[in-house]
Design a protein around this ligand. Structure first.
Ligand SMILES: Cc1ncc(COP(=O)(O)O)c(C=O)c1O
Length: 442
């Protein structure tokens, strides 16, 4: 982990570059993107996303003989993104029939899909079985019951992983911590339910137990919890071999690597994390006399997070002397719920005024009917004016995918940029789209 030095000349750009004092993303001026596609607008730098995919694959191949990178599509899911991840050689993790259908329609082979979920419905499991997905990750005993009944019903079978909670509590917001004892996900290793789940899944003839999975949390900026999780999982694998005679085929350690949201945030070196985790797997496998499992990792945020930016138009500005200045933009918690959900912090610039020194500390507010609809507290900017274009960085993950229609705002469009060109990935919703499911009163 390293801390980046602060850049004094002009605001630091977490994406894109400055040309004549104006922000350019993927070679396209931000102003042009706003004029052509409107605001608010999600922009994704395609080259950076591809580079992140390649960096993961390189690191995994460098440190481990047999691995697979799986993109956690929940971070940002649309057909263009699923296709891109597939083109780069990644498998995909999907959680719902919606994510499953998106990946399939984007041309991802079903065998390259893993299906997650802590409360999969019978319909979702049927969809996964019908598609013939590569792996279904079993989260709990109810999942096992449903899988047993539905494979019997359809005459099919499934390759499964068991999701385990290894009892690791990484330093991240509690809402995105998932590997501890008190978690809604997975079978606990510490409480003994994980062992019970192995026994139970072996009794179901239509299920093939291929391995184990864990995902300890998200936005983790420290290598240690990943290493601890790998140790706990390999200890469990050793028990499976010793006690149950099962040689683990797949070890899936989930995602969770953090990204930079603020210029001073540390950078987690993926190569080092994968190297450290691969060492643990190798050493523990050797010590227990196990064949090396296939190692899967499921990055989401670290593939797309800092490759995204959102463009907004500044509207009303309200100064409360001695208290604060609210600068309202044309988006808000409906298209980026993260600040309201877990006090997420973001960095922003005025896209056409990069040469101007910051002169004001302002609060960037959204336009939803909640006082908590604040996107950024204490943003340092040149004094904003109505009509300015505001760029918020690191919005590539868990923004579009978490967006809703609160206040019946239509969701923004998504454009991919790269090499000086922009292409639409998701068309902006209209008010008609928002109303499309309403049954008009008689
Ligand atoms: C099972 C699983 N795998 C992978 C991920 C991706 O995590 P991240 O985006 O932090 O890499 C998540 C995120 O919630 C997850 O639940």
């Amino acid at each position: 982990m390293e801390t980046r030095p602060r850049v004094d000349a002009g605001p630091e750009l977490l994406l894109g570059e400055a040309r004549a004092g104006k922000l350019v993303l993927g070679g396209v001026p931000a102003q042009r993107l706003a004029a052509e596609f409107g605001t608010p607008l999600y922009v994704l730098d395609e080259d950076r996303v591809r580079e992140r995919c390649r960096a993961y694959i390189r690191a995994l191949h460098r440190h481990y003989p047999h691995g697979q990178v799986v993109y956690a599509s929940k971070a940002f899911c649309c057909m263009a993104m699923c296709r891109l991840a597939h083109e780069e050689g990644l498998y995909l993790d999907v959680v719902s029939s919606g994510e499953l259908a998106t990946a399939l329609r984007a041309g991802v082979p079903p065998a390259h899909l893993l299906v997650h979920g802590n409360n999969k419905t019978a319909g979702e499991i049927r969809d996964a079985l019908r598609a013939g997905v590569g792996r279904i990750v079993v989260d709990n005993f109810y999942d096992l019951e449903l899988l047993e009944a539905l494979t019997r019903e359809t005459g099919g079978s499934a390759d499964v992983l068991l999701r385990l909670t290894p009892g690791i509590e990484p330093h991240t917001h509690e809402a995105i911590r998932t590997g501890g004892v008190d978690s809604k996900f997975g079978f606990g290793i510490l409480g003994g339910t994980a062992r019970e789940a192995v026994g139970r899944s072996r009794e179901i003839p239509t299920l093939r137990l291929r391995g184990i999975h864990c995902h300890i949390g998200s936005q983790i900026l420290d290598r240690a919890p990943f290493v601890q999780a790998a140790e706990a999982m390999m200890e469990f694998a050793a028990w499976m071999a010793r006690d149950q005679g099962i040689a683990l085929e797949d070890l899936d350690l989930g995602g969770g690597a953090g990204v930079r949201y603020l210029p001073d945030d540390p950078v987690l070196e993926i190569d080092e994390v994968i190297g450290a985790v691969a060492d643990v797997v190798r050493q523990r496998a050797r010590a227990a006399g196990l064949p090396l499992p296939r190692l899967l990792i499921e990055p989401g945020r670290s593939i797309v997070g800092d490759a995204g930016a959102t463009l907004y138009t500044v509207g009303s500005i309200k100064s409360i002397p001695g208290i604060r200045t609210y600068v309202a933009v044309d988006g808000g918690m409906y298209e980026n719920p993260r600040p309201a959900l877990y006090q997420a912090r973001y960095h922003s610039v005025l896209a056409d005024r990069l040469d101007e020194a910051p002169a004001a500390t302002v609060t960037i507010a959204g336009r939803c009917c909640e006082s908590g609809d604040v996107l950024i507290r204490d943003a340092r900017l040149p004094a904003p004016r109505p009509g300015d274009l505001l760029a918020v960085f690191s919005t590539g993950a868990y923004n579009y995918s978490m967006a809703g229609n609160y206040n019946r705002y239509p969701r923004p469009a998504v454009v991919f940029v790269g090499g000086g060109r922009a292409r639409l990935a998701v068309v902006r919703e209209t008010v008609d789209d928002v109303l499309a499911r309403d049954v008009p009163p008689a």
